[in-house]
Design a protein around this ligand. Structure first.
Ligand SMILES: Nc1ncnc2c1ncn2[C@@H]1O[C@H](COP(=O)(O)OP(=O)(O)OP(=O)(O)O)[C@@H](O)[C@H]1O
Length: 341
């Protein structure tokens, strides 16, 4: 669904950021233009050093852009007084890879901290803090100290704390990068749920493609400090247009496959949104009685549909025509990439 201009929560315009370091100028971001809509989960991906963290810190003006600016909910942050900027920042929660909890305070006290700073009374802050811990599924650990919590639990506390000021957007800087895959899934589900239930806009900075696949609706690829590509996750992950996006999405440059030395015939199968490949291959083997060997697979499941490529090998003297026709009949594109007898 196309977003209307009124859906826009954040606009970055002509934004550049450079740092001065020992007489040298280091460019972190160059001429970034980006619009983020209310209620969406937006991913920002890029190689290390591309400028992702700087971008997120410019969004909430922890870093002031060197040129261009940020419009948040209709207000140009560069024009605000320090007090007005502090007010706006309260609408932008942030979570980090290392959680950044206060170690001498319990989970509940951590969540209450921003409420107390905002002048809310102890009793009221405690009540709200407990509600927030309930929302993130951690009520029973309210009195535990961070050292007594697992990584996933610490991140839940950090999320509850970030939600305390009732923000419009949650900025997540590599928020799941220190977590194991199972805990990552649990945190991603929580973020998805919060976005859906509270209409929260979430911006996810990550180097993990699967995080973007799992929760984001749109994604921007940053390369060499600029936006290389922006689009829906489906568009960017299935048909990356730039080399930078291809490198990230496929994790390789150019054509990743070279199995010229392998015996038999190799077929490249391209999936463009059909059902999972396991049943297709199982049926293929049953139907044609050919022993198919998977040489390479780089596929992704998005919205329950499969995209990407796979190279299969058939032994010498196989009925390649029959196998190809069977696969085409299942709606996948097939192309012979090598044949050796
Ligand atoms: N405070 C700073 N002073 C000087 N240079 C900086 C500063 N912050 C970032 N940079 C530089 O800006 C560039 C972008 O850094 P940034 O941390 O935004 O990249 P990143 O994409 O988040 O990388 P990573 O994934 O490794 O965290 C890098 O060259 C970095 O060294």
């Amino acid at each position: 669904m196309a977003a209307s201009a009124s859906d826009e929560l954040i606009r970055l315009y002509d934004l550049s950021k450079s740092f001065r370091l020992k007489g040298n100028t280091i460019t972190a971001l160059e001429n970034i233009n980006l619009s983020i809509h209310e209620g969406e989960i937006f991913g920002i991906i890029g190689m290390s050093g591309a400028g992702k963290s700087t971008l997120v810190r410019c969004i909430n003006f922890l870093e002031r852009p060197t040129a261009g600016g940020v419009i948040f909910d209709g207000q140009d942050l560069g024009t605000l007084s320090p007090a007005a900027l502090r007010q706006v920042r309260r609408q932008m929660g942030m979570i980090f890879q290392q959680f950044n909890l206060l170690m001498q305070r319990t989970a509940l006290q951590n969540v209450c901290f921003p409420l107390e700073i905002a002048g809310i009374s102890g009793q009221e802050a405690k009540k709200r803090g407990l509600e927030l811990l309930e929302i993130v599924g951690l009520s029973e650990r309210a009195n535990a100290y961070p050292a007594q919590l697992s990584g996933g639990q610490k991140q839940r506390v950090a999320i509850a704390r970030a939600l305390a000021s009732d923000p419009k957007v949650l900025l997540c800087d590599e928020a799941t990068s220190a977590l194991d895959p199972e805990t990552t899934d649990a945190i991603l589900n929580l973020l998805k749920d919060l976005s859906k239930r509270m209409g929260l806009t979430v911006i996810v900075i990550t180097h993990e493609m699967r995080v973007v696949e799992e929760i984001c609706s749109r994604v921007a690829v940053i390369a060499d400090h600029q936006i290389a590509e922006v689009g829906t996750v489906k568009e960017v992950f299935t048909q990356p247009k730039t080399e930078a996006a291809r490198r990230l999405v496929y994790r390789v440059e150019g054509d990743p496959i070279n199995f010229q030395q392998t015996e038999g015939t190799q077929l490249r199968i391209t999936f463009e949104g059909g059902d999972a490949f396991e049943p297709i291959l199982a049926e293929l083997i049953l139907e044609t009685r050919e022993p198919v060997n998977i040489l390479h697979a780089d596929t992704r499941t998005i919205d329950g549909c499969i995209y990407g490529q796979m190279v299969i090998q058939l032994p010498p003297r196989s009925d390649v025509y029959r196998v190809s026709e069977y696969l085409r009949g299942q709606g996948v594109a097939v192309e012979e990439v090598a044949a050796h007898v």
